[in-house]
Ligand binder design. Sequence first.
Ligand code: ZN
Ligand code: ZN
Length: 345
Amino acid sequence: VSDRIDRLRASLEEPFLVTNPVSVRYLIGFHSSNSALLVDDMKLTLYTDFRYAEAAQAVPGVEFVQTERSVYKDLPGSLSGRVGFEADFVTYSAYEALAKGKAELIPRRGLVEALRAVKDDAELEALRAASAVTNEAYTQLAAEPFVGRTERDVAWKLEQLFHEFGAEALAFPSIVAAGENGARPHTEPGDGVIEKGQLVVIDAGCIVGDYCSDCTRTFATGPLPGRLQEAYDLCLKAQLAGLEAVRAGVNGRDADASARELISAAGFGEAFGHGLGHGVGLMVHEAPRLAQTSEDTLVPGNVVTVEPGIYLSGLGGVRIEDLVVVTDNGPEVLTSFTKELVTVD
Ligand code: ZN
Ligand code: ZN
């Protein structure tokens, strides 16, 4: 943990006030919904309220200061000189509260996020563990009947499987989207009954050791209309091309293009309306991004998804998503459940 603080200090131009709970958790392992960590050259000061006081006193290497219920209201008196803050996280109201003090507030962006984008060995172990649970859950789910069940019922079954295989929580609300619903990339599971001859997009992940997994597989419930079969085969080809491109030194735009060009060349370009992938760690969406507008360059230790999709309005959708560790050579794929089209009952 102190290594993370050292890396952060190396990027600072003034004392830095960290208030995003995910950033605080990453830097010092402290869990709360209301805390502030002031990082300067000499020391670490942790501000939080009564609910977290006992836990805060147990954090090694920090000076603990108890505040009222809102850290922002109590902080201004303790701050002076130039102080950086997380501009992408602090709300306007919180900024107003901070600005009542004497400190000169300097907006900073992406400092902790840049550190979080490169995983250390302990983080990689947690990401592998979360993915292993996901692989087992998908394997069990594929043996379940789909036809005649609602999307919500299948989602619930998957969530039970995550729990049975040792997950702490869901990484995000699971997506189970059958038939036409599959054409909406981030729809919610509904009461619709799954029928024969559909594609069913299942995008889900769990949390193990604080770290998220993220995996999408698309199942068939019997023989498919030709256009859906074509979309599946093309999506898989594009996904494999995307994986091939993901390695250290490649920028997020080029990785995205490697998959997108195949889909566009086959005439489905309009049907792939999102980026190729995103970083995953403590949060299911974090840096870096693989997308047409990405400014990131991949480095070893990035953990990203590779998830092209093809969405055909009124017909169905397909998305295939792996979670991978970026290395100097090929990617280490963490989501090992098969990507060949699996037909379920
Ligand atoms: Zn996903
Ligand atoms: Zn994803």
